[in-house]
Design a protein. Structure first.
Ligand code: PAF
Length: 282
């Protein structure tokens, strides 16, 4: 695997591959890779001739009081895992390479409406930061396909919307969430949890499972949300939001919607965890 910070190098390599009629898959990450990321890379290997990965802790998607400085950086271990998984090219830019004029003078990409609710309501500007960096990375790498985890369900929808709205010729693939044996969704932020908090955090997935069953049996969405909120609080969570939406559009649920998604964000101690569960109403 070749590692570079040079945009021209990435472009030249991808151009060479494409000139030979070969396809390129891209997995953007912020590093501190776990099995969830490695699953994305292995899926990318199956779907394209070459796999490019980026590791960039994007300051634009962190709020002022968020964990940008504390965000775990584990480049050597990440590289070893990526080589094993079959990545061929790794892009590890610095903020100065990505935002040479500084973030204040940087053009940005805003995906309206869905960026401002759910996680966007608690993290103003977060999805603008995500859309901007992903757009920029897409322009640098110019992949045929790009893969994202379904764990960040709203992020996946924001990126799909951006690609569609801006007619980007890239197929976006969502990959199933990888979970610990306890059901806890894998996340770099799980590293902030104590062992005790980690066991308690498994209740998030159990609560969503119960919610989905309740909604399937009686259709009472608001009641299911209220019971689940109490269950999360009893397990030591401070719920941020719990919502049920149409899984295809993230629109509020109407009687026509069959394919639904439960979206949850909750604090365990100081760590904000998110998760989701898709299910059919009947
Ligand atoms: O999901 C992430 O790791 C990040 O939000 C992404 C997509 C790499 C953009 O920085």
């Amino acid at each position: 695997m070749f590692t570079t910070q040079d945009i021209a190098h990435i472009r030249e390599q991808v151009r060479l591959w494409k000139r030979q009629g070969e396809t390129v898959a891209f997995v953007p990450t912020m590093g501190n890779l776990h099995l969830g990321h490695i699953t994305l890379v292995k899926e990318a290997v199956k779907r394209a001739d070459h796999v490019v990965v980026s590791i960039f802790v994007n300051p634009m998607q962190f709020g002022v009081n968020e964990d940008l400085d504390a965000y775990p950086r584990t480049l050597d271990a990440d590289k070893a895992a990526l080589i094993d998984a079959g990545a061929e090219l790794l892009f590890t830019p610095t903020p100065a390479i990505i935002y040479p004029k500084g973030m204040d003078k940087q053009s940005f990409v805003e995906v309206p409406a869905i960026s401002d609710e759910l996680c966007g309501a608690s993290r103003p500007g977060h999805f603008r930061g995500v859309a901007t960096i992903v757009c920029k990375l897409f322009n640098i790498v110019q992949p045929d396909i790009a893969l994202f985890g379904k764990k960040d369900f709203q992020q996946l929808m924001v990126i799909k919307t951006m690609v569609d709205d801006l007619s980007m010729p890239i197929e976006i693939v969502g990959v199933e969430t990888i979970r610990e044996a306890s059901g806890l969704a894998m996340s770099s932020r799980n590293g902030y949890l104590s062992n005790e908090q980690k066991s308690a955090a498994a209740v998030l997935k159990q609560t969503m499972d119960k919610m989905a069953s309740a909604i399937q049996s009686d259709g009472m969405i608001e009641e299911a949300i209220s019971i689940a909120t109490q269950q999360l609080a009893a397990a030591g969570f401070k719920p941020d939001y719990l919502a049920v939406r149409c899984a295809d559009t993230l629109d509020p649920v109407s009687t026509d919607h069959q394919h639904l998604v439960i979206l949850a964000a909750a604090y365990m101690g100081n760590t904000r965890l998110i998760d989701n569960l898709c299910f059919n109403r009947e």
